[in-house]
Unconditional design. Structure first.
Length: 68
C-alpha cells in the first residue's frame, strides 16, 4: 500500500548531507521538471514536491519520505 501524504505534512528524507526536513508542497502526477531535473511522475507512480526550511525544492517518491 502506498503511503498517503498531504500538502503541508512535515516530512524528513535522506539527503547528501544526512537527513533533511521540510514540508509537502504538492503531489506530482505528471512528468515535470524541478531545478533542471526531469521528474518521471505519473498517476500510477506519483512523487511529492517538498520544500526545506531554506526554500530548496525537490521531488521524492512516497517511500523516501517519513512523516515528521
Amino acid at each position: 500500500m502506498t503511503k498517503q501524504l498531504k500538502v503541508g505534512n512535515r516530512v524528513t528524507w535522506k539527503s547528501h548531507g544526512g537527513t533533511a526536513e521540510g514540508k509537502v508542497l504538492r503531489k506530482l502526477t505528471a512528468p515535470s521538471e524541478i531545478k533542471g531535473h526531469k521528474v518521471a511522475a505519473s498517476k500510477d507512480n506519483p512523487e511529492y514536491l517538498v520544500e526545506t526550511e531554506e526554500g530548496k525544492e525537490a521531488a521524492h517518491k512516497a517511500e523516501a519520505l517519513t512523516k515528521a
